[in-house]
Design a protein around this ligand. Structure first.
Ligand SMILES: Nc1ncnc2c1ncn2[C@@H]1O[C@H](COP(=O)(O)OP(=O)(O)OP(=O)(O)O)[C@@H](O)[C@H]1O
Length: 664
């Protein structure tokens, strides 16, 4: 495009563009001046201006009658097509069998490729037999059939582009399928449905082929009358005025839409700039001086489970429930995404699921939330088996990676959503919304729309919405991954402190080990669908169960060999083991326990050559080439630390008791 948009080619492009525009628009735009001409003759430009063809239109009641009839047909066709098309699109999107979904889709879009005349003749035969020719609703029904693909397609495409987390969020907040459909799915589909409805209306109002075939002798729609006036009476100039009138209506519609859009954009820009400046002033964010206490205490009594969730049995205190995973398994095809997960999360505990991409973290979280069902095993929340309980009855809050805040609702409406879904009284809803928003410092944003908030603010609202109904447990799926580093650290602190204050059970998913270290009581390390180890960060670091955990959780130097009593043989050499062992074994030596040039170095100490050395602020990180492969060594720095040169030789050793030996 850049090459084209220069010199003569740019001029040619412009001329071409204007010529196409003129050819397309001229016949339509010429109508307007012609309709104001005096006399029957078509003159352009008109010699004398007059309103006579507009007055003629008003004086002749037949035009008004036909226009009214067309309006009725178009309105009814729009309603029928929009209802059937929207329901069909939603239904097809939910059909689990992809082949059946394809067949259904083809069926609903077939009217787009079958010639109108064929549909018209078919319907004519049926309607004639049933004596339905010449009535409003059969013609509207025929129009609806033809326009269905233009409803089904945009609604389906909007549905596929919607984040599935919206519907999942609604379910996790306690809303059943119908509630979700009415309050979440349909409002989110509204732009596509409205566009489809406008198209259906315009098509039906203008349609002439089906109107000719199905309207019978005395049933005259506006396009049919125009057509007949043209073919029977010759060009009557009232046709120019009625056509121009329709054009004015379309232009007025477009104008109103443009004004509405402009006002919306201006409003959004103002709110965004206000959001940006408010975020700068907001307490608890990292670019500010020392943060005030992370959470604002609620004046008076904190809400109890009874206040908010009469539908669910309340725990003794406002605490989370324990969760037991009993050999929980989920297959996708013949591959286990989660295999025999078997561990227990204590009430009020903060457990992080940590693992590389594809290890099954999200699948495990979706099993807990109930968005997918396990193929084997059990999941027990408190003392209730919830393995087969639908998500909206689990009473588990979820904070999604994308936040999944409903964009058509304000902040307060989002936070009130789980309370509304539970039928909580309005006054109580307001109190709890305020309570939840105050806890995440967002009280002053209650009336904001979601698109008017920054990422960090959205994160806080997602958290407020998930705690507003005092859930039995809180799940968080990489909720901080979209935030910048400073905000992320701040939010880690705030989430942890909120969790402690509420005594909430939290299962937090991340692939960031610093985040896991910062936040968790215990960490469950996952790999390839299996939980490798569940332990405190300290135990994971000091006593990893296998080489995967040792390597994934912190840096480590791993030596693989064969253990004989208290030595490990590898490559003709041997290293001391911290405990006696036999058979294949892996020795793990953390970088900070390695000693360099120790004057009391043991006999087995070996030579290492510096291949890289970097000053990382509080740490000095060095890499050595050794007879056992590459090794990493770290040192705390102080003002006197010097960085060794690449190529320097050092004697490497460690205290055997500071190392750790594992089976694999
Ligand atoms: N709907 C699905 N159909 C088929 N396979 C799936 C589906 N969802 C996940 N998987 C597979 O299951 C395994 C675990 O996926 P999962 O999304 O749980 O991993 P993850 O640890 O959360 O990864 P990430 O950190 O990248 O989100 C992967 O191999 C993935 O390809």
């Amino acid at each position: 495009m850049e090459l084209l948009a220069k010199g003569w080619s740019l001029t040619a492009l412009k001329v071409y563009g204007w010529a196409v525009l003129f050819l397309l628009a001229a016949p339509v735009l010429l109508l307007v001046p012609i309709s104001f001409g005096q006399g029957q003759a078509i003159t352009f430009p008109p010699k004398t201006l007059s309103f006579e063809w507009y007055t003629e239109l008003v004086d002749d009641p037949r035009w008004g009658r036909t226009a009214w009839l067309s309006l009725q047909v178009a309105a009814l066709a729009t309603v029928i097509a929009t209802l059937i098309g929207t329901a069909a699109a939603i239904g097809i999107a939910r059909v689990a069998n992809p082949k059946l979904a394809k067949v259904l889709k083809m069926f609903f879009i077939a009217p787009m490729i079958v010639p109108l005349m064929v549909i018209g003749v078919g319907l004519y035969i049926v309607f004639a037999k049933l004596n339905l020719l010449g009535a409003v609703w059969p013609l509207a029904f025929a129009h609806a059939i033809v326009v269905l693909p233009f409803v089904v397609m945009p609604v389906m495409s909007r549905l596929t582009s919607l984040d599935p987390a919206f519907e999942r969020a609604s379910a996790s907040l306690g809303a059943g399928q119908w509630w979700t459909l009415v309050f979440v799915t349909l409002p989110l589909l509204a732009p596509a449905i409205i566009a489809a409805a406008v198209f259906a209306f315009v098509f039906s109002f203008d349609e002439v082929v089906l109107a000719q075939l199905l309207a019978g002798p005395r049933f005259e729609t506006l396009p049919r009358k125009i057509y007949e006036s043209l073919t029977q009476d010759g060009l009557d100039k009232t046709i120019t005025s009625i056509a121009s009138l329709q054009l004015y209506l379309v232009l007025a519609g477009l104008g109103l839409h443009a004004v509405w859009r402009r006002r919306n954009l201006r409003h959004k820009a103002r709110s965004l700039s206000a959001a940006a400046s408010a975020e700068k002033l907001q307490p608890g964010l990292t670019d500010q001086p020392p943060a005030p206490p992370a959470l604002v205490p609620l004046p008076g009594k904190a809400p109890s489970m009874k206040d908010v969730s009469s539908l669910f049995p309340a725990p003794a205190q406002n605490r989370g429930f324990g969760i037991q995973f009993q050999r929980l398994t989920k297959f996708y095809g013949d591959k286990a995404a989660v295999e025999e997960a078997d561990f227990t999360v204590q009430p009020g505990e903060f457990v992080t699921i940590l693992g590389p991409s594809g290890s099954g973290k999200t699948t495990l979280l979706m099993l807990i939330a109930g968005f997918i069902s396990p193929d084997a095993g059990r999941l027990v929340l408190g003392d209730r088996d919830i393995s087969r309980v639908p998500p909206h009855q689990r009473d588990i809050g979820v904070v999604f990676q994308s936040y999944a805040l409903f964009p058509h609702m304000t902040v307060a409406q989002n936070v009130a959503y789980p309370l509304r879904a539970r039928g909580i009284a309005r006054a109580e809803q307001e109190r709890l919304v305020k309570w939840a928003l105050d806890r995440v410092h967002m009280g002053q944003y209650a009336d904001r729309r979601i698109p008017q908030l920054s990422g960090g603010q959205q994160q806080r609202i997602a958290l407020a919405r998930a705690i507003a109904f005092s859930p039995r447990a809180l799940l968080m799926d990489e909720p901080l991954s979209a935030l910048d580093r400073n905000l992320r650290v701040e939010m880690q602190r705030e989430i942890r402190s909120l969790q402690r204050e509420l005594g909430q059970t939290v299962i937090f998913v991340t692939h960031d080990q610093d985040e896991a270290l910062n936040m968790s009581d215990r960490v469950a390390v996952m790999n390839d669908g299996r939980i490798q180890q569940v332990a405190t960060p300290k135990d994971l670091y000091l006593s990893p169960i296998n080489s995967f955990v040792a390597d994934f959780f912190g840096e480590s130097n791993l030596f693989r060999g064969v253990a004989h009593a208290d030595t490990l043989s590898l490559g003709g050499a041997s290293l001391p083991l911290p405990t006696r062992r036999t058979g294949a074994a892996v020795l793990c030596v953390r970088p900070e326990v390695v000693r360099l040039d120790d004057p009391l170095a043991p006999d087995w100490a070996f030579d290492g050559v510096v291949t890289d050395a970097r000053f990382l602020g509080s740490l000095l990180r060095m890499e050595f080439a050794t007879g056992f492969g590459s090794m990493v060594v770290t040192r705390q720095t102080d003002g006197l630390s010097s960085v060794p040169e690449v190529g320097d030789h050092r004697k490497i050793s460690w205290v055997p008791g500071m190392s750790h030996v594992m089976a694999t």
